[in-house]
Ligand binder design. Structure first.
Ligand code: ZN
Length: 148
């Protein structure tokens, strides 16, 4: 693990007009700035996170970035005992799906909580790792933690 430097955060991938494209790479660049960002569909208003260039609800391709507050409730979770090799040192750990207050759902790892204290419906916050993973993708990671 290494500390995030501004150079490693990289530049946003932009279109020919200079607008930041709705890609997962750009989503993680915002994470490096401590921002949880989604795109909002300009056709149907759906909030999509992580972002996609095509809206999954109406198939529109016109959207804009919006910052999310990073608060929500735990929809479901599971405990991982046999993780992929890069997460071996963390096992057992919890991954869950957070239903954000803005209405979208985000999968992620849950930290700073005793596994036995996890409850469906508990309030969680999104936070960001201060270090970069060694393995690809070398993006800053977000995670969930209890709100209180
Ligand atoms: Zn839409």
């Amino acid at each position: 693990m290494t500390t995030v430097t501004s150079q490693e955060k990289g530049a946003f991938i932009r279109d020919e007009k200079g607008l930041i494209l709705p890609t997962v790479e750009n989503f993680y660049r915002f994470c490096a700035e401590g921002k949880l960002m989604a795109v909002k569909c300009n056709h149907c208003g759906a909030v999509i996170c992580p972002p996609r260039s095509i809206c999954p609800k109406c198939f529109g391709n016109d959207s804009e970035w919006v910052e999310l507050k990073g608060r929500g409730k735990l929809l479901t979770y599971t405990i991982i005992h046999f993780p992929p090799s890069q997460f071996q040192a963390l096992a057992p750990y919890a991954v869950g799906i957070l239903r954000l207050n803005e209405g979208t759902q985000l999968p992620g790892m849950i930290k700073n909580v005793k596994l036995g204290d996890l409850r469906i419906g508990m309030d969680l916050l999104v936070d960001f790792e201060a270090t970069l993973p060694k393995e690809w993708p070398k993006w800053p990671r977000y995670f969930f933690k209890p709100a209180s």
